[in-house]
Design a protein around this ligand. Sequence first.
Ligand SMILES: [Fe+2]
Length: 496
Amino acid sequence: MAVPSPVHREFLRRVERIPAHGLGLSIDVYSPDLTSLLQALQQRQVPPAYLEIFRATPNTLALVRKQAGNGLLAYHGEGLWLTQPEAADDPLFRQEVCEVAGHLQTLQSAWLNHECATKYISGYSYGTYLPPLYTECSAEVVADNTMLVQNLLDRHCQLANGEAPLVLLEMAPLTYFVAGTLTIPTFFRLVTEQVPCGLVLDVGHLWTVFRYSGAWRTRSLVQFVDTFLGEFPLQRVVEIHVAGLAIHESSLAVRSELMKTSSGDFLPVWTDAHAAPIPPVLFEMLDQILSHPRLTNLKGLALEVDTKPEELIVDEFARFSQRYATVFPRKADAGISCDRGGTSFQRKPVSASIRRTLGEAYDRYARVVAGRAKPEGPEWNQPSACTGELVTYRSVYLPYEILHWGGEVEAMFPESCRRLTEEGVPLSEFVPFWFRQPRPLSGSYDFFLLKIERFLEFVREKAPELGGIAEREADELSQAYHSANEPAIPAVSELI
Ligand SMILES: [Fe+2]
């Protein structure tokens, strides 16, 4: 057996202190209603072995911890843009990590799961995740930023067993395109060779890689999964997610046209959709993943069900619990002894020139996805990139995100919108306005609050006389939003 590298030994030292979590649910405390969901699962006699909680306010997380009794809780972070080259020098990033350390401490979460993806690129903000550039520079920077996060957690968060939570990077979904010079598994291999982090493999995300990397044109799904797993650092996978897939609401009309005119094996144009049913094909992929001999450090297997109707969650989790009842406990990594001491490896910080090169590549990325530059340059035309459906992202998905997703602008600002229409200002102009120039972030990332702020600026520019109306609507929205984020959660003790 090959001797593990110091980095991998450090990972093993950390991961062996994490208890098996079993079959769980990855959820949002605000939607669906957590208490009611857990009661329904209890009635069906399929209580989850753990809950992975999506980012929420500190008070809400404290309430969930108190009410979950001794149940295992894990944490799904948000808002740490560790794919971005400016993160390490940004005091806001460090502040955010320290806040996250507090959340992890409150929940007593053994890990911090965070998407290896971003909603903020070179001053431009998005509602949903964009995958990183899959390049060598990008792998270096992600490794460096991940190490920074782990070091900060080591300093600022100590769990009851004396350990700090382990950072897990989740492979992001693809939404119509991918850019880079490396395959995705090679990218994660390079990252994990440099830092002792764990990984989350999301099966639905993997399906979107099959679909939008163009792999489906040349091989079957089974062959794709086999090749992918052959290269992916599976021994680092600590958690697996399974969530729904669906045709995105923005492209339903466009897509039905395409489906009619295409011939042969045209696959559904699904994207990641947590509210949608989980298609059976994902469980076939999951079976293939679970039987892989290098999957040796799996601690949790969760359905990701935020925003899904309660009844559907209960049905899916009941079937899931039955089908995967024997997955845990798993055999540990036999024959590998780990150092018991502290960190025994050193890594050289990434150079300023690599961060600069990546910064320039992300500037291009932001311009390309907003339709202001052509997809040209190495990260856009290597075989590992796939941009055939980028136009759907640019012209359908992105405008929908700005106008409808995470806050329907017309419903948020009814009077302002009505008056703008009367004055001949079409709402569609808000989209180019949003992407006209970069804007630095001034606090925690919140797409809804950003939308309020940017729409106010839009109205002030296009129709200054309506500024007062928009301001009043913006104030009402902000107040309602802040009070909705601190709900009173009834007792859920002993339900998990
Ligand atoms: Fe996920």
